[in-house]
Design a protein around this ligand. Structure first.
Ligand SMILES: [Cu+2]
Length: 311
């Protein structure tokens, strides 16, 4: 594996992990989540399920596998049905009684974060739709560049007390010629003239340090700007079922005007061995860029990854 992957990290800050931190969420997620997970998996290409990787115990701790959680439900998602059609993507968050939710609590500078990604991990987008406070409808202008089955994740905290950091998901089918990708391990991403390198290894069931560094023209970029309350915004998805993790950079929340770089540190805990798709949003000169990585999480006992689920 990667020598020098145990990196010293500066600061100690917000850490979100698949397993550990979500144990808290697990306590408030009803048993229906497990049933809903089965529902959710029907919507996916579940032919590549990962035997032995998905025990019932960790299913309850994982986010982004269910259309309902903690008494909230994601409505069906409206969006253009085919590639190239200009339109809107819209949905509501509903209470168990079917009432649209119109009050939210801001988290990471937004009331709701929307992640959309094709089932093979391609075509990732992270956007912030607008809420119609009367109808509770969230919408954002939308068109699809590629056909396929997409997962839509709404990540939000309702205005009511007691519920926090909920992630609900649905699938949307987009007609057209499909050319699915097979993600291969990738630790260096080239995006918009930046070279972004991921160091560190994920380990099943253990908190792992990830360090991402940003260069441009061979020079370290030290002008990373705060974006959504951090110097980097990392989403991780487990290949196959696309279990979801929204990770934020380590360290204190940046002050206005503060810049950082070239390194951004994260802590992440993979629930199982296997392949993970990572998406880093970072901002330089007022523009947000997304670097994509694919890494294999090894087993917690120190043996190297055996590529479980990595097909
Ligand atoms: Cu967001």
């Amino acid at each position: 594996m990667n020598a020098g992957s145990r990196l010293a990290l500066y600061g100690a800050g917000l850490v979100v992990a698949f397993g550990g931190a979500f144990a808290v969420a697990g306590a408030i997620i009803p048993d229906s989540t497990v049933a809903a997970w089965a529902e959710g998996s029907d919507m996916n290409e579940h032919g590549e399920s990962q035997p032995g990787n998905q025990s019932q115990s960790n299913v309850q701790d994982l986010k982004g596998l269910s259309l309902d959680a903690d008494g909230f439900v994601l409505s069906p998602v409206k969006a253009p049905s085919e590639v190239g059609t200009q339109g809107a993507l819209s949905f509501q968050i509903l209470t168990a009684a079917g009432e649209p939710v119109t009050e939210y609590t801001e988290a990471h500078e937004k009331d709701l974060h929307l992640i959309v990604v094709r089932s093979d991990g391609a075509e990732f987008r992270h956007v912030h739709p607008t809420l119609d406070a009367i109808t509770g409808t969230w919408s954002v202008p939308w068109s699809w560049d590629e056909a396929g089955t997409y997962r839509v994740y709404a990540d939000f905290t309702p205005g009511t007390e007691g519920a926090e950091g909920i992630t609900l998901t649905r699938s949307v089918d987009v007609a057209g010629d499909l050319s699915p990708a097979t993600p291969e391990v990738q630790r260096v991403a080239e995006v918009d003239g930046f070279t972004v390198t991921l160091d560190g290894d994920l380990t099943a069931g253990e908190s792992a340090e990830l360090m991402i560094s940003v260069e441009r023209d061979g020079q370290p970029v030290t002008t990373l700007e705060p974006y959504l309350g951090a110097f980097g915004h990392l989403v991780a998805l487990r290949q196959g079922d696309l279990a979801y993790l929204h990770v934020h950079a380590m360290g204190d929340e940046p002050e206005a005007g503060e810049t950082a770089g070239p390194d951004i540190g994260f802590m992440a805990e993979a629930p199982t061995a296997g392949r993970y798709l990572l998406y880093l949003d970072f901002q330089v000169e007022g523009k947000v860029h997304t670097a994509e990585f694919v890494v294999d999480a090894g087993h917690g006992d120190g043996s190297p990854s055996e590529d479980e689920g990595g097909h």
